[in-house]
Design a protein around this ligand. Structure first.
Ligand code: UD1
Ligand code: UDP
Length: 358
């Protein structure tokens, strides 16, 4: 039975890589579909090169659009592919529009769906990702969870426990497999940084889409840059609005283009702190032991707070929290979440193979 992986956006690629590798080791036939949701070299191709992902068998090239327009284009493209390939299973990753589109198309064609990173909940329906998570999980036949809280949420929603598997975090497999390549010294030289610097990433609609939010964010980031140099590889989404709000006008805040995976995590590894609204970066900082200040009112990844280095911060509180974190320094030891051990891909592959056999 053919397994079809559907990916499309930057955070999908480090999650899919270990699953594809582990299924290949088990001899399971598979193909990789790229929806084209992300298409810039630094949002897509660089991950294929750096993570040794196979070249996509198909790229739908859907590009950007409104939620409905983008999701519909992905669905139309996938329907044709699924009908021609007739896969035994479709594997979807995370919570982006490509994820929910694939789950909808597959389930209506009676093709079983496996959702990698099932059960995460922010309980914030203003996030498009929360809608994508709820719908995808409801339609999935295999719910592959990265943390125990996810199991509890799925249970509360009445999901059949036989479908749910705690498998650990494949994004962390990718991190652990590449950690020796994360070169903080090289990043320091490249960006002319001292010992103490901060890395930031910002792209959530709640932070960057509205001009008033963008202005408040810029004010907070400038107050941070007064204390320590910031390097900010900026996602294309917020770029124009943040630039208009004056983001680039601080001498100690370097705004750069998105970085490749290895370069980005090299920079993160050497940082005194990370300021972010990314989902994946909350997890990666937790593993690298770098304090993470998440500029959001909630997180679907609470395990990074209870078992990691993450904390939620408002824009207003950010400058003072950064001051505290810089004064305290990085801790020598910290807990990490259960099963974030580099072997999630193998566990996921075993569950999928068993499902196909039954
Ligand atoms: C998407 C995901 C979000 C995830 C993020 C990771 C959805 C609903 N959102 O948000 O959960 O955290 O990816 O990065 O799926 N753009 C480019 N080049 C690209 C891709 C996008 O310039 O290669 C610009 C376009 O102007 C586009 C905008 O970014 O309109 C937003 O892209 P889109 O894929 O719609 O959502 P993201 O904000 O990237
Ligand atoms: N990332 C990267 N380069 C960057 C910023 C992020 O390689 O300039 C990686 C990051 O290490 C993580 C993934 O992109 O593996 C997270 O994607 P993103 O923050 O776009 O999405 P989210 O996790 O918020 O959905």
């Amino acid at each position: 039975d053919l397994v079809l992986h559907v990916t499309g956006a930057r955070p999908n690629f480090p999650k899919a890589a270990p699953v594809i590798r582990a299924l290949a080791d088990l001899g399971v036939p598979q193909e990789l579909i790229h929806t084209g949701q992300h298409y810039d070299e630094k949002m897509s191709d660089v991950f294929f090169r750096e993570l040794g992902l196979p070249k996509p068998d198909v790229n739908l090239g859907v590009g950007s659009g409104s939620h409905a327009g983008q999701t519909a284009a992905i669905m139309t493209g996938l329907e044709e592919i699924f009908l021609s390939r007739n896969p035994g299973m479709v594997v979807v990753y995370g919570d982006v529009n490509s994820t929910v589109a694939a789950a909808l198309v597959a389930s209506k064609l009676q093709i079983p769906v496996a959702h990698v990173e099932a059960g995460l909940r922010s309980f914030d329906m203003s996030m498009p990702e929360e809608i994508n998570r709820l719908v995808t999980d409801r339609l999935s036949n295999l719910l592959l969870a990265t943390s125990p809280d996810a199991i509890a949420h799925l249970g509360n929603e009445g999901t059949d426990p036989d479908k749910i598997h705690l498998v650990g975090n494949p994004m962390i497999d990718t991190l652990l497999a590449n950690v020796d390549r994360f070169d903080a010294d090289r990043a320091r030289t490249e960006y002319d940084l001292g010992d103490r610097y901060i890395v930031a990433t910002l792209h959530r609609p709640g932070n960057v889409d509205d001009p008033a939010d963008a202005a408040a964010l810029v004010k907070a980031m400038h107050a941070v840059a007064d204390q320590a140099e910031i390097v900010l590889p900026l996602h294309p989404r917020g770029r124009a609005r943040l630039e208009a709000a004056g983001l680039f006008d601080h001498p100690k805040l370097k705004v750069i283009d998105p970085l490749g995976y290895v370069e980005f995590l090299g920079l993160v590894r050497g940082a005194s702190a990370v300021v972010t609204d990314s989902g994946g970066v909350q997890e990666e900082t937790t593993m690298l032991g770098v304090p993470c200040l998440t500029l959001r009112p909630n997180t679907e990844r609470p395990v990074t707070i209870t078992h990691g280095t993450n904390r939620l911060v408002t824009r207003e509180a950010l400058p003072q929290v950064v001051a505290d974190v810089l004064a305290a320094g990085r801790s020598e030891t910290w807990p990490t979440p259960p099963l974030w051990d580099g072997h999630a891909g193998e566990r996921i592959a075993a569950v999928i193979k068993q499902y196909l056999r039954d």
